[in-house]
Design a protein around this ligand. Sequence first.
Ligand SMILES: Cc1ncc(COP(=O)(O)O)c(C=O)c1O
Length: 417
Amino acid sequence: MHVCLLIFPMTLNVNEIRKDFPILERETHNGARVVYLDSTATSQKPVQVIEAMNDYYRRSNANIHRGVHTLAEEATSLYEGARERIAKFINAASPREVIYTRNTTESINLVAYSWARANLKAGDLVILTEMEHHSNLVPWHMLQAERGIELDFIPVTENGLLDLDAYKALLNRTPKLVSFTHMSNVLGTINPAAEIIKLAHAAGAMTLVDGAQSVPHLSVDVQALDADFYAFSAHKMCGPTGIGVLYGKSALLEAMPPFLGGGDMIKEVKLRSFRPNTLPHKFEAGTPAIAEAVGFGAAVDYLTKVGMKDIAAHEHEITEYALERLEEIPGVRLFGPSADKKGGVAAFTLEGVHPHDVAQILDEGGVAVRAGHHCAQPLHEKFGIPATSRASFYLYSTKEEVDLLVKGLYKVKEMFG
Ligand SMILES: Cc1ncc(COP(=O)(O)O)c(C=O)c1O
């Protein structure tokens, strides 16, 4: 007997989810309901995260690691407990491989200052891509100026994908590091990270993945990807600002010199010398963002409970709809690949109207989009434009909000004739 199992994709109960985000209830300066389409810049925070941080300050606030009193032990266990859950969320082999930083930017700088300065010399090649955020460009420019390393870039094709043939050719030049974004914050392109990493390793290069946009939106498994380093920020994944993560394979992190020096990152200090602490503390100098770590843990719990696969499926549905609707508008030019190759980002220009004017007029109707180069100036240059407007979506976004965006764009067109 054949049993036919029909598996229907679970769609999110967005109405219920939206109740967790109090900010989505508020109005803008002119009484319009907020239509938040700027989650790529930072996500909104659910009450579960806000309350976890509030509770921490109300009940458990103390400095961590150094105290034996009840509050210090409680704060330490909350801080370390969050690290354990974050490690599980990205499937790190151990919480020791999860280093708290301030954000993705600091995580990438940590690799550039510690690993790269210990391992790269003049003439060594670092491969980046043309779609990088400035945070994965400038640290390498700085190292180039200081050390004389070489930089080269995987080109972006007209339809917003990485040119993998060009990448394979670059690998013949035996790079030391390949550092690339898993998902573009402008084009939305989801890059084939596992393949890029496999090819890099075969060529003898290390890999650093900028996961600022991927960890919030996709199920990321750092072990399955075999990434050497992986960077991301809490604030883009329902967590607070001020905290991020650098994941690194423990053998690499063990071999690296510390980044910042001070309290907590040491085992022993003499007047003229010090011994660094074990992982992960070796890279966490000074009093860290404790309440933020608690909030980060709560964010990971929240996303896990909703389900990353369902979040990705929901965003895909919204993005597909948004691209379809935006395409209908005469004068709109969309950037990036089709919905099946991208996350919840729609960057566009509207003929004859500056992106800042677009964003400003949309704001009159409560619709929040971002305008500018989105910290990816070279990418915009590649497409021959100074700026785009960008709408971005998350687990709380709805088709009705996309409709309000489209309605707002018709109003912009009307105003600009
Ligand atoms: C792809 C990408 N990388 C890096 C960053 C930098 O993140 P943060 O500002 O949290 O350091 C961003 C932020 O927008 C991003 O989108």
